[in-house]
Design a protein around this ligand. Structure first.
Ligand code: PGA
Length: 249
């Protein structure tokens, strides 16, 4: 009904040499047919990954892109540029983009709009911060993030949108949402999509969990019926760990 997806978010790690070594190792593993597996390197390593993974079951995603098609945006990369090198999937709204690079819900809505126009697949990230969880505002925060950036698009847009719930307090901290907390939020998200669109649309959206997923906790997290995969940071830099997670369903 919906895809199981694992994405390795390499963040600002892996130069050419490390990329070559990691990809060689990743390619030596069998990938389960029911799990779509992607790596998301830095912009400078995208072409290398596309070429090296050409005939493999692994795919490549970008970590970000600009909402504009072209112009005076020094240091930025457009959707067209990504597509030109064979990258058709993009991560948008990662918490590091939101907090360190000031990407707002409004900017992200524009980026989603561009990605959809360019027929790119999106992995849209969102999630609450620790004080928001502690004051029991996590459902409301997530609801607003989705509403402001995604719910203005038509139902057909959801063919191209995957979600990644990443509680900010669990990213790179070693702290993970419990399997119960992840499933509870994923269920809330699916209900929201059903309310704003319909149940059929909601049932088809893959909702990934991200935040300190490791080989030791992946299986328990993925047991949640609404948890359709993971966005993996730290553990995706090690081929054995990443593949253990890919095989955790
Ligand atoms: P982490 O990162 O697995 O290192 O917590 C996840 C992410 O930032 O996507």
């Amino acid at each position: 009904m919906r895809d199981k997806i694992i994405v390795g978010n390499w963040k600002m790690n892996n130069d050419n040499k490390n990329t070559e070594e990691l990809l060689t190792k990743l390619k030596s593993y069998p990938i389960p047919i029911n799990v779509r597996t992607l790596v998301a390197p830095s912009f400078t390593q995208l072409s290398q990954c596309v070429k090296k993974l050409e005939k493999s079951k692994l795919n490549v995603a970008a970590q970000n892109m600009n909402a504009e098609d072209s112009g005076a945006y020094t240091g930025e990369i457009s959707a067209g540029m990504l597509k030109g090198i064979g990258v058709t999937t993009v991560i948008l709204g990662h918490s590091e983009r939101r907090s360190l690079f000031h990407e707002t819900d409004f900017i992200l809505e524009k980026k989603v709009n561009t990605a959809l126009k360019e027929e790119m697949e999106i992995i849209f990230c969102f999630g609450e911060k620790l004080p928001e969880r502690n004051s029991n505002k996590h459902f409301e925060v997530v609801t607003q993030q989705l509403k402001k950036s995604l719910f203005s698009f038509p139902k057909t847009a959801w063919r191209k949108i995957n979600l990644a719930y990443e509680p900010v307090w669990a990213i790179g901290t070693g702290e993970t949402a419990s399997p119960g907390q992840a499933q509870e939020m994923h269920n809330h998200i699916r209900k929201l999509i059903a309310e704003n669109y319909d149940q059929e649309t909601a049932d088809c959206v893959s909702i990934l969990y991200g935040g300190s997923v490791k080989p030791s906790n992946a299986q328990d997290i993925f047991k949640g019926p609404d948890v359709d995969g993971g966005l993996i940071g730290g553990a995706s830099l090690n081929a054995d760990d990443f593949m253990a997670i890919v095989n955790a369903f």
